[in-house]
Design a protein around this ligand. Sequence first.
Ligand code: ATP
Length: 371
Amino acid sequence: NTNSNINTHSVDVKLTNLLKVFPSHNGGDNFYAVDDIELDIKAGELVTLLGPSGCGKTTTLRMLAGFELPTSGSIHIGDENVTNVPPNKRNVAMVFQSYALFPHLSVFENIAYGLRINKVPKGDVIDRTYKVISLMHLEEFKDRLPSQLSGGQQQRVALARAIVTEPKVLLFDEPLSNLDAKLREYMRDELRKIQQRLGITSLYVTHDQTEAMAISDKVVIMNHGKIQQADSPINIYTKPNNHFVAGFMGKANFLHGVVKELKNNMAMINIFGKSVLIRINDKVKLTENGPVECVTRPEFWEFSDTGKFIGQVTRTIYLGNHVEYEIAIGDDTISMMDFEHFKHGIKQEGDQVTLHLKEECVSLLPTRKEY
Ligand code: ATP
């Protein structure tokens, strides 16, 4: 119990060999929406499922909620195998993109609803509803109808309604998608604070990479029903497992290099005709004189008179706190971000530039066959 007012129980969640196959409607192949995934969510963690449309995020979330039965595999919440337990017996609560509030009930009654149908004694319903109203700073809205609230306020009510029942697991289905950018950022931070304060194990589905980075203990990148990487935001960004992960989370310049020399944990790699020294990782098998794919993020490049690389600016985009450039080097074009333009000015299209690559930041990827 991490909160003195609201009872919470932090439990682990475990998805084992989870598979969801939708039968074909036209005699074609069956569709593997979730293709044999393994996922551990530790007690109190917030884990985000991130990936392109159709990759199986929502289906995974719905299986944990119990709205969708897995084709095979199992789901554990704490020590309990809930694979065949109906949704209302799982002690999970879901927050939807559409808020899903009852339009004819006041904020108070919307929040109290789950307690009333669970036949919680009247006095406790009032007590517990007020505690959550206070936690979510909804006091001044408690007598209003949902239609009399802004989108952000409605989403706070939806979250209040989810936590009042003291669920073991909170599920979020793109809860902030209907809010404008500024409010989305604010609500994202609010939601994360409440989740951490209560310590409720949470699974969160989003399309939004920044949102995933900002709120998650662990980000799970999915593609075609499979997990590509499940890791901390920092590892996903700086040590991507493969091309897909590197390209999905943030901007990436993929460069083709040739391995010149391997020594201890370092590889000398030829990129654009220059030698760079890059740390080896255990995801990648390298052979001398063999090809390798390198990921350089736009911020790994900087203007420097002593840099090894000569390029030409082909595009300049001024964004206030930084400038984005496209720069042609050899036959390739890289994108670059410059946060130091206050010091050395803004380059113009056509300018010749000398670039330094922060070699210590570059990561290597397995060839496409290896994953
Ligand atoms: P989005 O970001 O667009 O919501 P998602 O990653 O959440 O996508 P899912 O909703 O999990 O994706 O769907 C995964 C795949 O399974 C999709 O290709 C979808 O068309 C398919 N699918 C989902 N439900 C069914 C169903 N009941 N019958 C057949 N196919 C389905």
